[in-house]
Design a protein. Structure first.
Length: 452
């Protein structure tokens, strides 16, 4: 129950912030769907005689969407801080849906690859926007947990793609499975149009504080800091702000952590089954290990995100990276009994997918509302480099036949770099970075409520 003075009437909030987070969850589901559905349709693409694709060509086309997401996360993340979260979220999902439909009916492999790239642009804009909205509509002591809960939609989308492929791929073929990616156009965009509000932090940064206060009151959000006496001007120069002084150091280190996180996420989700087969496990067992990775990720991050809200995201994220690195080295020894292997694989899931989610939450709570989506876009976009390296490098690793210890422990290098990157992010705000952020966002930064 909210605290109130005796003279004040009970405060009743007409709208639920949980509904906003749920809408962001729905948007992220389709990122997970896109990740898994392409892998599911690869056999159908290779068997499609009119195109005559080789495995190398099919792999290259698969990377086009990642390239689009790299650009989309950076460019659209930047636009989110200029035109608003609500507009960008609706346009990104609508464009992604339409382009998935175009991909499904592409008459040539060249157009197929082009539409995959363009759909990645739209999808890349969804993720930083969804994270920014989730953090801004959460209480300060639940931001990391709510972000993890919202981002579990990624795993849900992957599971949904796998189940739909098992049930309908033989009948629908690759075109039908891709066409299902157009469902958000009629199922999600109308919900966003009707129920998704604009971010109060964005409105305040743009000078519309009255509207921001109204949304805060309706959703029962924490009040914004008082605005210092300054000219009421629009915010400019976000990239310059983020690439100045200690904020530049922070951006480099967060981007490096993102590369490490996505190296682990894409590398292990793509190659873990094959690595387990090489280690003399059956294919059925190796697929069960893959399921265990995702279970470990979801369970682990929901627990660790509560710890991040309590103790700060820095030590918890570093622990996630370190635990996955240690587990991978132990798996490579080849002496662990089967039950212990399942436990280690679950820890790897927590330290890969879980670590990436925690990095996203760390970034979202580190930067001010005026630059939050831009910072998220940069770190997520640059992080896609790790995804590309993992997918291509994993194939080279498997072909090299270097032995089980190398096959597993080499991924621990990314985990170790992730630990160092997270721990060396500058403490924020210090005098220099606080002045820079305040001048840009026109909002003072509270140093007492957020632990880094």
């Amino acid at each position: 129950m909210a605290f109130q003075s005796p003279a004040s009437p009970p405060v009743r909030h007409r709208k639920s912030a949980a509904a906003v987070i749920f809408l962001c969850f729905l948007a992220i589901v389709f990122d997970g769907y896109d990740l898994v559905v392409y892998g599911a349709i690869v056999p159908k693409l290779l068997a499609y005689e009119p195109w005559g694709l080789t495995p190398v060509q099919t792999g290259a086309i698969g990377s086009y969407a990642l390239a689009g997401m790299f650009m989309g996360a950076i460019l659209i993340g930047y636009l989110t801080d200029i035109v608003g979260r609500r507009k960008v979220m609706m346009v990104s999902i609508a464009s992604f849906s339409v382009l998935m439909l175009l991909t499904a009916w592409a008459p040539t492999p060249e157009l197929f690859g082009l539409f995959r790239f363009l759909s990645g642009l739209g999808l890349g804009g969804v993720i930083p926007t969804a994270i920014a909205l989730t953090v801004e509509f959460s209480k300060s002591n639940r931001r990391n947990f709510n972000n993890a809960l919202m981002f579990s939609g990624y795993a849900v989308g992957g599971i949904l793609a796998a189940l739909l492929a098992l049930a309908f791929l033989p009948a629908l073929g690759f075109r039908g499975m891709l066409a299902l990616g157009g469902v958000p156009l009629i199922a999600v965009v109308p919900l966003l149009f009707k129920f998704l509000p604009e971010s109060p932090a964005f409105l305040a940064a743009k000078g519309d504080r009255l509207q921001a206060e109204r949304i805060i009151s309706e959703y029962g959000l924490e009040p914004l800091p008082e605005v210092p006496a300054q000219d009421d001007v629009l915010v400019h120069g976000r990239f310059r702000t983020l690439l100045t002084g200690r904020l530049l150091t922070a951006m480099i280190l967060f981007s490096l952590a993102g590369v490490c996180g996505q190296t682990l996420v894409y590398g292990l989700n793509t190659w873990l089954p094959q690595l387990m087969v090489i280690a003399k496990y059956s294919l059925a067992s190796s697929l069960t290990f893959l399921l265990t990775v995702n279970i470990g990720a979801v369970v682990g991050v929901l627990v660790s995100s509560r710890l991040a809200d309590r103790f700060g995201p820095r030590p918890v994220t570093a622990t996630a990276f370190a635990s996955s690195g240690l587990a991978l080295v132990l798996m490579g020894t080849g002496v662990m009994p089967l039950p212990v292997m399942y436990l280690l694989v679950a820890v790897v899931g927590f330290g890969s997918v879980g670590a990436q989610i925690l990095v996203n939450g760390f970034v979202a709570t580190y930067f001010s509302g005026a630059t939050r989506a831009t910072a998220l876009g940069i770190t997520l976009g640059v992080g896609r480099i790790g995804a590309v390296l993992a997918i291509s490098g994993g194939g080279v690793l498997v072909a090299a036949s270097l032995g089980n210890f190398i096959n597993f422990s080499i991924w621990a290098i990314a985990a170790a770099i992730g630990v160092v990157a997270v721990l060396t992010v500058p403490r924020f705000p210090d005098n220099e970075s606080m002045r820079t952020a305040s001048a840009t966002s026109q909002l003072p930064v509270s140093v007492s409520t957020v632990k880094h």
